[in-house]
Design a protein around this ligand. Sequence first.
Ligand code: DAH
Length: 339
Amino acid sequence: MKQQLNQIKADVVSALENISSKAELESFRVEFLGKKGRLTQVLRGMGGLSPEERPVVGQLANEVRSFIETEIERMGEKLEKELLEKRLVEERIDVTIPGTRKKLGKRHPITTVLDEIKDIFIGMGFQIAEGPEIEGEYYNFKALNMPEGHPARDVQDTFYITEDVVLRTQTSTVQARVMESQKPPIRIIAPGRVYRSDAVDATHSPLFHQIEGLVVDKGVTMADLKGTLEVFCKRLYGEDKKFRFRPHYFPFTEPSCELDISCPACNGKGCRVCKGEGWIELLGAGMVHPKVLEMSGIDSTIYSGFAFGIGLERTVMRRYEIDDLRLFFENNLKFLKQF
Ligand code: DAH
């Protein structure tokens, strides 16, 4: 029996060499220590030993058992460590690999220029006003001195929702709304979307943006209009540019004018951009018609005012030398990335 036990010990040592996984270690344990394992089987034969031999063999058997148990534990720890090392190598993170960059969007050129324009006017004491895009026919036309049948209505191809509800064709609608709800002094700009039933081409879109301006106070004159708009244009286009005011007609202002800038492409000599005129139109403006003041509840014998309307797309096109208005609405990254 002693021999058998020593054989088991020798077999344990050689069997251990071949173990490389936890499953193998478990079947090793069953083979030697299990209920039908080799050590158990040897111990079963203990009954046939003499009383002198029994304690000696018993001690040896215990030694072999604890030897096996220690080896199993040692082996278990070794396998655990190997597994951990393997995982550490496999799951290693290389912090030097370049990351995947998130693409940062940019502001649309329309927004950039609008913010700049807002800043210029806020710097001159203006406030920002808003009005609805779906608007009563009253605010879009009547309150602006364009009664039914007025020929000026024809120029603005309107989207009618019902007979007296329209998509606003101009931000001038905000003029009447502000005058109805605020007392002078009034100094506002009202940027926003406007709509006209125009076919799309390089200079037309059924949706575009305007910036309306309105100043109402005691003693406001054409000189205020001129001074304010000149400061605005010089800030936006550069101090060196030349501007001119030219008489024009709008139903809601009297007198009315348009403001031109000397053509930046040819410096006023005349070219394709300015159609040979040397000047490019920037905006419409005028002294608020007394009828418009009165309709909105402002006493025109005490107060006077001026108003202006700027086309935002046109302004941005001029600023960045963009020759097709459709580019603003196409979401083409090749175009948008340039700003
Ligand atoms: N509403 C005009 C348009 O869409 C632009 C305009 C002209 C606005 C003169 C004004 C103004 O306030 O005084 O054509």
